[in-house]
Design a protein around this ligand. Structure first.
Ligand code: ADP
Ligand code: MG
Length: 483
């Protein structure tokens, strides 16, 4: 097993992540209220969500299906028998005084996620479990100088809590894990993965140890809402723990917060134990029993997931593991690439898509779906290079114009007069002119200074505004300089 070494000296970080992923579903886990993001506060609240006395929860089959789908996507054990428990605690935005969750018998058991490492290699991280639970409401502290408001729109929305084994060893690996998990959830269509909107939130467990020693005491950093913050919080927290241990102190197991303005973790409370929550099976709900055939039907509808797609891209298109990984990270990117590569040189297509296109999109802050250059047009550009209408260098210029205007490559080439000069007569004239203007350089070249060849090529290209066919220039120039 290879680990990416962090800046922790001879200490090793041990990291496990708990991700809360909001299920894509029109209605909540136990009520028919809507789940749209950004709706007017308290406009999506049923009596069940508001915990009116005597209201009964009814399980939403769609949410169960989404959890099973996710479990299958994580190559995990699907538990045909699972139980909903009440997790009791008081909070102003939790009207029932308990959260319906799953504890000892979750719907999904052990699974795995393959991390794509920066060097193109991979590493498998264990998933401990996935369970279904309700989200809480939201307290709004910034609406009134002395009062807090409660918005229950989120109360009762279905969450999947996805717990990893303590298998991660660096902040980079934690980032790779979250990116991969988000990618899989999006491929599956079970969670939109938008961390800014809070539909994917992460609790980060960190401890440190000397390699080979038993695990140290962990601290849990709650509700971190971006991958960058997760990585920063891990780096900070590991260093904090190492300092304490090196001074002979010990780590108190506690729940901490990541302060996004001061870049430190702060203590929130000492860690609660499971027994503090007085878990017990919810008497309003029967155990959840799934039909094996129903699970198998869901399995049949799974899309090709990133790992399989990556393997296929490497095998069929002969792409490097790195390029394939970049292309499959998002389904829309993979589809775009395949449309460009179809019937063309895949390596060339991959270079244009991952290099020029992704670079331009990134700079413009656009998603692939918003690309001004369609896959059809990028393919057309590659065709113009292949049939010698334009050189690779001119193609860069055409691409820029395509990105700006969204026009077809052929139209831009015609309009700007960029068609490659393949007329040997015209190229010879240009070469003759360059040689006549530089008699001293010609003499130097002929007396052995061969690296001047590049200078002549450059001059000819300048003469022809870059439009001369480079192969012809090389060939004719070579012949003339010899002579
Ligand atoms: P809790 O709800 O009490 O936090 P969970 O079992 O839901 O407990 O989650 C525990 C998380 O902490 C898991 O992601 C696990 O991998 C991680 N973890 C457990 N032990 C350690 C440790 N010593 N160091 C770092 N992470 C740990
Ligand atoms: Mg936890």
């Amino acid at each position: 097993m290879t680990y990416i070494q962090g800046e922790t000296g001879d200490w090793e970080m041990v990291i496990g992540l708990e991700v809360h992923a909001q299920v894509i579903s029109n209605a909540k886990l136990f009520s028919g209220a809507a789940t749209d993001f950004g709706a007017e506060p308290n406009s999506q609240v049923s009596f069940v969500d508001a915990a009116f006395p005597g209201m009964l929860p009814v399980i939403n089959e769609r949410c169960v299906e989404q959890a099973v789908r996710t479990g299958l996507g994580l190559k995990a054990q699907i538990n045909l028998f699972s139980v909903f428990d009440r997790k009791n605690y008081f909070y102003a935005d939790l009207p029932a005084g308990y959260q319906i969750s799953q504890y000892t018998q979750p719907i999904v058991g052990k699974g795995e996620i393959v991390l794509d490492l920066p060097d193109g290699g991979s590493r498998t991280v264990g998933i401990t479990r996935l369970h279904l639970e309700q989200d809480a409401g939201k307290s709004l502290h910034d609406q009134h100088p002395s009062k807090s408001y409660i918005d229950l729109n989120r109360a009762g929305v279905a969450l999947m809590e996805i717990v990893s084994e303590p298998d991660l060893r660096t902040a980079e690996e934690a980032g790779a894990y979250l990116r991969k998990l988000r990618s899989i959830l999006r491929y599956l269509g079970t969670c939109d993965g938008n961390m800014e909107e809070g539909s994917m939130r992460c609790d980060v467990n960190v401890s440190v140890r000397k390699p080979g020693a038993p695990f140290g005491t962990r601290c849990e950093i709650k509700n971190v809402n971006s991958i960058r913050f997760v990585q920063q919080a891990i780096e900070y927290e590991a260093r904090r723990q190492i300092e304490i241990l090196e001074e002979g102190g010990s780590i108190a197991q506690e729940t901490r917060l990541w302060d996004t303005s001061k870049f430190v973790t702060r203590s929130m409370r000492s860690k609660e134990e499971a027994h503090d929550y007085r878990y017990f099976p919810d008497p309003d709900l029967l155990p959840l029993e799934l039909d094996e055939g129903w699970v198998e039907d869901i399995r049949l509808t799974l899309p090709e997931l990133p790992d399989d797609k990556k393997a296929r891209f490497i095998a069929d298109y002969k792409l490097s593991a790195y390029d394939a990984g970049v292309l499959v990270a998002e389904k829309a990117k993979a589809e775009y690439f395949e449309a460009v590569a179809k019937g063309r040189d895949p390596k060339l297509a991959a270079n244009w898509v991952t290099g020029d296109l992704f670079g331009a999109l990134n700079k413009a802050g656009l998603e692939i779906e918003q690309s001004p250059v369609t896959a059809g047009n990028l393919g057309g550009l590659i065709d113009l290079i292949a049939d010698n209408t334009i050189s690779g260098r001119i193609a860069k210029e055409v691409f820029e114009a395509m990105f700006e205007t969204g026009e077809k490559p052929g139209d831009i080439v015609e309009k700007k007069g960029l068609r490659q000069v393949t007329d040997t007569g015209a190229i010879e004239t240009a070469i003759d002119g360059v040689l006549a203007a530089n008699p001293d350089k010609v003499a130097e070249y002929r007396s052995g200074k061969e690296k001047l060849f590049g200078f002549f090529v450059g001059q000819v290209m300048k003469q022809t505004q870059g439009k001369a066919n480079p192969a012809l220039v090389n060939e004719i120039l070579g012949r003339k300089l010899k002579g």
